[in-house]
Design a protein around this ligand. Structure first.
Ligand SMILES: *Cc1c(COP(=O)(O)O)cnc(C)c1O
Length: 392
């Protein structure tokens, strides 16, 4: 008996699904150094340009001077510092929820919330395009697990008819690989009609969406009644790291008691919480970042349509270009890179088979001129690919 890893890896390569990690040698930003090459990048999730913001860095430094560098223990032992606590209070106020609870990552927040709320005898219903962490959480929970058609409240309603036990409906707010947004009012209506709870993971909505960056729930004006379990992550528009769950006092107390990914892990560094508190302040108050980003999104969509690219139904900073074939998507990504532009090809199993795409993400840190450079590079690469590989 042995693990034939070499064969598995070879098969992965043959399917054009082999993953490699670009080596980043600079901070995040529009201009990065990757594998020794300077590139104009359109693939991070730093939508508001806060990941390398001087004031956020300074807050981190000051936090480290005050608190040291490590969390030192889990929250329930002695790792829950006043810095973490202050951030939780600020996030509760920001989301308009009674309380918020910090997690070390979004993956852990999702595993923690779902597994604490449902188990054997219960039901969890998920959008079929949900983020992997939500799907994993549903499977791990031991509850009856079912996926409804993408963003389809009627499909959800049918599954709700057959649900048993406590029922949790789970959806991304902004879908991370498509950029479209969940029809939260319709999903909330169906869930409420059946006494089910709606959990929304708005990892990509906090920051860019909502008048004050409060994400998709602010965009739709939904409160605790409609969305009892609200998840946000801090590694995207907040520019730092970690995640939170916001909701009622009973929800947060239950997570503290029962969410194993909350209990059995070291708290995030307190200095990181200090940095996030600063980035939250900037995210809320600097409206120009949202306005500039929205104008870049409009510029990109108009330009891409002129070139004849197939865009998706998205008004968010996630603007994928649908390609279909994985090999073709990888080839286009390589061609863009040889022109100094970095756009990631996203392939199965991250997205459904036959729907490989170039995932363009825009940030308030980009300039109009940089978006124009991207459009020029895309126009060249697509026309070269159309012309065929005669030069190969
Ligand atoms: C990125 C992401 C996560 C995971 O968050 P991390 O903090 O990076 O672990 C969870 N859900 C969605 C929808 C995401 O896009």
């Amino acid at each position: 008996m042995s693990f034939d890893l070499a064969a598995r890896l070879a098969a992965r390569r043959a399917e054009h699904l082999y993953r490699q990690r670009p080596l980043l040698e600079s901070p995040q930003g529009p201009q990065v150094l990757v594998d020794g090459q300077p590139l104009l990048a359109f693939c991070n999730n730093d939508y508001l340009g806060l990941a390398n913001h001087p004031q956020v860095i300074e807050a981190w430094r000051a936090g480290a001077s005050r608190w040291g560098v490590g969390g030192g223990a889990s929250h329930l032992v002695i790792g829950h510092s006043a810095a973490h606590h202050a951030l939780e209070e600020a996030l509760a106020e920001f989301t308009g929820r009674p309380r918020a609870l910090l997690f070390t990552t979004g993956y852990m927040a999702n595993l923690g919330a779902v597994t604490a709320l449902v188990g054997q005898g219960d039901t969890v219903l998920e959008d079929r395009l949900n983020h992997a962490s939500l799907l994993d959480a549903g499977l791990l929970s031991g509850a009856r697990f079912n996926r409804y058609l993408h963003n389809d409240a009627a499909s959800l309603a049918k599954r709700l008819e057959k649900a048993c036990g406590n029922t949790l409906v789970v959806t991304d707010g902004v879908f991370s690989m498509d950029g479209d947004v969940a029809d939260l009012p319709a999903l909330a209506r169906e869930a409420q009609a059946k006494g089910a709870w709606l959990m929304v993971d708005d990892a990509h909505g906090f920051g860019p969406l909502g008048a004050n960056g409060g994400g998709l729930v602010e965009h739709f004006g939904l409160g605790l009644e409609e969305v009892p379990v609200l998840v946000g992550t801090l590694g995207k528009a907040f520019g730092t790291a970690g995640a939170f769950v916001a909701g009622s006092d009973d929800l947060i107390e239950s997570l503290i008691q029962f969410a194993r990914p909350y209990i059995y892990t070291t708290s995030q560094p307190p200095a990181q919480a200090c940095a996030t508190l600063k980035s939250l302040e900037l995210l809320r108050s600097e409206h120009w970042r949202r306005a500039h980003l929205a104008s870049l999104i409009g510029q990109f969509r108009r330009g891409a349509e002129q070139i004849g690219l197939e865009l998706m139904d998205s008004f968010t900073p996630i603007q994928p270009i649908m390609i279909g074939d994985s090999a073709r998507a990888v080839r286009l990504s390589q061609m863009l890179r040889s022109r100094g532009t970095l756009v990631t090809a996203i392939r199965p199993p991250t997205v459904p088979a036959g729907s490989a795409r170039l995932r363009v993400t825009l940030s308030a840190a980009h300039s109009e001129a940089q978006v124009q450079l991207l459009l020029n590079a895309l126009a060249e690469c697509f026309s070269e690919l159309q012309a065929g590989p005669s030069h190969a």
